[in-house]
Design a protein around this ligand. Structure first.
Ligand SMILES: CC(C)(COP(=O)(O)OP(=O)(O)OC[C@H]1O[C@@H](n2cnc3c(N)ncnc32)[C@H](O)[C@@H]1OP(=O)(O)O)[C@@H](O)C(=O)NCCC(=O)NCCS
Length: 225
């Protein structure tokens, strides 16, 4: 797996990396995505309560599931601009890809807000990796990109996702509704301000190749030095 010595890409978002003591978030190259295919094929979500309404069509039968998932990532990667971007990261633990952590923004240069989306291999859930990868991507958003606020939404019965938000100091931000697989269900909304993040800021998370990525996202780089 190309976790450390891959050649740099011409496209800066693919070079961004976030390292914590437990895991790395690596810009999702096709090679890294290929490493996740066995998990996607096996099934990221196999039973209710359905945790999201099919943003990547992970509910399809294989091989359509893998194809749709790849197409969704490729579409998102190809639609990056100042008005809207989504960065896809593969979560790597001990050299093995185990999930994805995305960072999403609309009009970031003006609003400074981000949201996140993630999934982990069922085999490694419940051991704190969900919190660790959210902390990693929050470090990128707040420290690397200068975000003002991070949001997270999850269906009310997605206890793991809501648990991550709660454990990391997000505050409840109301409810909304969405459909999942055609049925309406309540969404719990969470928000974490920059000040709230700073209270729990970690000093053991490293960011790599962030500065080169800023122009791609329409963010003015801070003065050098
Ligand atoms: C959401 C997800 C990434 C979280 O990762 P994880 O490794 O399972 O979560 P963690 O082990 O870091 O646990 C985070 C918190 O939630 C709690 N939690 C985890 N799973 C839980 C469950 N099934 N029921 C209740 N609480 C749970 C943990 O106790 C922890 O809280 P604590 O620190 O207060 O003890 C993972 O569960 C997943 O991939 N789920 C399927 C996809 C998904 O739902 N994605 C989110 C879409 S919005």
């Amino acid at each position: 797996m190309p976790t450390s010595a891959s050649p740099l890409s011409t496209y800066p978002p693919l070079n961004v990396r976030v390292h914590t003591p437990r895991l790395s978030l690596l810009g999702a190259t096709d090679e890294l995505l290929e490493g996740l295919v066995p998990i996607v094929r096996e099934g990221v979500v196999t039973q209710p309560p359905w945790p999201f309404d099919d943003p990547m069509s992970l509910y399809e039968d294989s091989p359509e599931r893998e194809w749709r998932w790849l197409r969704a990532v490729w579409r998102g990667r190809g639609a990056v601009g100042a008005s809207r971007w989504r960065l896809y990261f593969v979560v790597v633990v001990d050299g093995e890809p185990v999930g994805m952590q995305d960072l999403i923004a609309t009009d970031f240069a003006t609003l400074g807000t981000v949201t996140t989306f993630s999934w982990l291999s069922p085999a490694v859930r419940g051991g704190g990796l969900g919190k660790e990868m959210r902390q990693a991507v929050l470090h990128l958003a707040f420290d690397g990109f200068g975000a003002r606020e991070a949001g997270s939404d999850a269906f009310f019965d997605n206890h793991a996702s809501n648990g991550v938000s709660q454990a990391l100091g997000y505050q409840p931000n109301g409810v909304t509704w969405d459909t999942r697989r055609g049925e309406p269900a309540e969404i719990s909304r969470w928000r974490l301000t920059r000040e709230q993040w700073a209270e729990r800021r970690r000093d053991d998370i490293d960011l790599v190749a962030v500065r080169d990525c800023l122009p791609v996202l329409g963010i003015d780089p801070p003065p050098a030095g």
